[in-house]
Design a protein around this ligand. Sequence first.
Ligand code: MG
Length: 381
Amino acid sequence: MKRRDFIRMSAVAAAGMAAGGSLMACTNRQTERRKVKSGSRMELSFTPLLLQMRHAFNISGFSRNETPSILVKITYDGITGYGEGGLPPYMTGQNHETVQQFLSKIDLGQFSDPFQLEDILSYVDNIEAGLTCPKSAVDIALHDLIGKLLDVPVWQLFGYNASKTPDTSFTIGIDTEEVVRQKTLEAAPYNIVKVKLGVDESTDKKLVETVRSVTDKPLLVDANQGWKEKGLAIDMIHWLAEHNVLMVEQPMPKEVLDDMAWVTERSPLPTYADESCQRLTDVPRLHGVFNGINIKLIKCTGLYEARKMIAAAEALGMKIMIGCTSETSCAVSAAAQLAPRMDFADLDGNLLIANDQFDGMKIVDGKITLSDRPGIGILPI
Ligand code: MG
């Protein structure tokens, strides 16, 4: 075994022991608590939210001024866990009507307590295919509840080191030169700017040049499947590599994996799968096609499966980033619990909306900062 691999494996083992230790300590505390209040039942409720965007948000293929979202509450033993799943238009078939119908089918009465996480989430996932956004809201609410019952932050429950969080990027959508310039100025507090490209070669280059007229900060680029030809994709990536770009997300349509592998093989920048990577089962087939994956809780049904995706990607030597959609500080703070394990984080969804419902994860000097509050660390405003 190479020395580097040995160190990596030792680190993984140490992290596993740390996580096991916290979980063991937690289980003892939880057992004591259950002795005090047996007979409590979990109750699930939900509320549809309509989030107002600060600016119209344009990406390759979509434009929107507001985004629906679903808030889930699970109460047990007098304590409430909160969860949320944004419902952006690209999550086809997931809207206020369909997700409320789905959530109405969930009967948590068959489970004794939220610590039966694996059984509960397996049951919820098998009620109906798809509907990953409300499934993620349930997953987050359970994790928040467990953390609050044990009085520990979720990141600590996972055994993560809160000081290892990366900077978050701040996203600039496709827009007029004037708006792009204005949004780039607004991105001043952040150390990394993410730009949405994928319109056509001249529009994309113009947008990057407009951003570059305001800032020389490193950029993440998301083409949102916009470059349809592999020749265009690789030419754009070479051009971007000369403009202090750190990575490129989803350059080509999600289904063209052979062409994408061709691009990745020649790319001077790491490529990340977003639309091509939804759930755990996608990770192995993307090995060799992309250098990394973008995990979003609304795609993969929540924190429980996201942690399995992290393990799979690491086993395959792939890079990992965490993203979100336009969501309140509830869903964004949940995603932030995984930030210590990420190469990049794109967790600005709460900053892009005007009617946040929670106080949660904070960005300090551009860096994601996890709090010591229990659960996912949020308080209703
Ligand atoms: Mg993306």
